[in-house]
Design a protein around this ligand. Structure first.
Ligand SMILES: [Mg+2]
Length: 181
């Protein structure tokens, strides 16, 4: 089983199109939340739309630097991620390499399908936590459970019928652990 998590506004504070690793901040208690999942042997996997690459705001190298910083911040809290997937594309913007109707931009399931193959997952038993409509739609598209967090854009993302709404990642994880126990 795995818990898929959005990055911006869910694990880390929302900063529109963040490109400087030193500005990355964890949402309070998200390190603790991920550590709890680690301890239960539940896989922790990030799935993140990074269309800033297609839009020319930053490079894929910059995205990878931010992910290294994310892992460093989590390590300080004795937490780790089993996988990080991101989509650099956008259907309308960017050079040919990035301007495409890909299958990985959430709410499309490409990143989850890749992870499911790699980790041998049954997606219907997995959870997806995020602050936006596309995170919940993604869950609905693969038959997983979707949890909306009210950090990031969460308070603006209402009419979408998540399986659960939680104050933040920590509380979302508490709900999952209760359900799984
Ligand atoms: Mg987000």
């Amino acid at each position: 089983m795995a818990v898929f998590m959005d990055r911006d506004g869910t694990i880390t504070e929302e900063m529109d199109y963040l490109k400087e690793p030193e500005k990355l901040r964890l949402v309070p208690r998200s390190g603790e939340a991920i550590r709890l999942l680690n301890k239960k042997g539940i896989l922790t996997i990030v799935v993140s739309n990074q269309s800033g690459v297609a839009r020319g705001y930053f490079s894929e190298e910059a995205v990878k630097k931010i992910h290294r910083e994310l892992e460093r911040l989590l390590k300080r809290e004795e937490a780790y991620l089993n996988g990080i997937y991101y989509c650099p594309h956008h259907p309308e913007f960017g050079p040919p390499k990035y301007k495409k109707n890909c299958n990985c931009r959430k709410p499309k399931p490409g990143m989850l399908e890749k992870a499911a193959k790699r980790f041998n997952l049954d997606l219907q038993k997995c959870y997806i936590i995020g602050d936006k409509v596309e995170d919940i739609k993604l869950a609905q598209n693969v038959g997983a459970k979707g949890i909306l967090v009210l950090t990031g854009y969460g308070r603006r993302s209402k009419k979408i019928n998540p399986d659960h709404t939680a104050k933040d990642l920590y509380h979302a994880v508490q709900w999952i652990l209760k359900k799984e126990s």
